[in-house]
Design a protein around this ligand. Structure first.
Ligand SMILES: Cc1cc2nc3c(=O)[nH]c(=O)nc-3n(C[C@H](O)[C@H](O)[C@H](O)COP(=O)(O)O)c2cc1C
Length: 255
């Protein structure tokens, strides 16, 4: 009888273990499937991993270490790190579904009138689990949607006076602005001041976030507007503002 119960228990434990292994595997598979989907218009999109709100270094430490880095290692970055950087850049921290002009809610960066005139793109070269190409960041759903089905880092670098860091970095953030979102309420003050002030807040978030991830970036404002607009296939109402390559830098002093 004892032997019978013992044998039965072992078989039961084996069965439970097999079921648990099966569940874990299918769970892993479905997590990958959830991350990568197609939109209604058949564009590839990735729902990004949830960002972390606690890190290993303090704001003070990130501020004291922040530097512009222009030389990046040919090293892949993780989807988690890209997710974290995009969230720091323009992620939603307080959803407001009822307010149309906010397009999702209050964010990591302040914005005059909470009008959020910036559009964020990411040129993916080497990000684990994400197909190369250009994606648009959709703050509201913390996801990226394929926008150009090609790796155009070299073309963008050429449009920015051949600043090589753009073609070498594994991922490149790109900012444009739809000025009318701000000028409709604030007129010239929106155009001359607020949009670029908003940009500065968001870009500094990126600087500090990459520092906290032991990565680097450089804000790039020197480029030929018309060429960049062309390469990035921007809509007529969108103006290019900043290019921010991100990646692991070489441990050598930057000038
Ligand atoms: C508006 C703006 C535009 C910039 N454009 C470029 C650029 O086109 N190329 C570049 O290498 N650095 C660019 N930078 C980075 C500055 O050169 C850098 O911030 C400055 O040298 C100070 O160094 P730090 O950021 O390491 O403190 C830009 C910075 C700002 C704020």
């Amino acid at each position: 009888m004892k032997l019978y119960i013992g044998g039965f228990t072992i078989i039961l434990l084996l069965l439970i273990t097999l079921i648990l292994i099966g569940c874990t595997k299918s769970g892993m598979k479905s997590a990958t499937n959830v991350a990568q989907t197609k939109t209604d218009s058949n564009q590839l999109s990735y729902v990004l991993p949830a960002p972390l709100v606690k890190g290993s270094i303090s704001v003070e430490e990130a501020l004291s270490k922040r530097r512009s880095h222009r030389h990046f290692q040919d090293k892949e970055i993780s989807m988690e790190n890209l997710s974290q950087i995009l969230w720091a850049c323009y992620g939603i921290t307080s959803p407001r579904s009822g307010n149309q002009s906010m397009r999702g809610g209050l964010r990591t960066a302040p914005s005059a009138g909470a009008l959020y005139p910036l559009e964020i793109y990411v040129l993916v070269g080497k990000v684990k689990g994400i197909e190369p190409g250009v994606y648009k960041y959709i703050s509201k759903e913390h996801k990226i949607i394929k926008y150009i089905n090609k790796d155009i880092r070299k073309e963008l670098s050429a449009a920015a006076y051949n600043q090589e860091m753009i073609s070498k970095a594994p991922a490149v953030l790109f900012y444009s602005a739809i000025f009318s979102r701000s000028t409709e309420k604030y007129g010239n003050r929106g155009r001359d001041r607020y949009v670029c002030m908003d940009l500065g807040h968001s870009a500094q978030n990126v600087y500090l976030q990459v520092e906290a991830l032991h990565m680097g970036t450089c804000a790039i404002g020197a480029f030929v507007d018309s060429s960049v607009k062309n390469v990035m296939q921007l809509n007529a109402d969108e103006e290019p503002l900043y290019i921010m390559p991100v990646g692991y830098y070489f441990n050598k002093p930057e000038i």
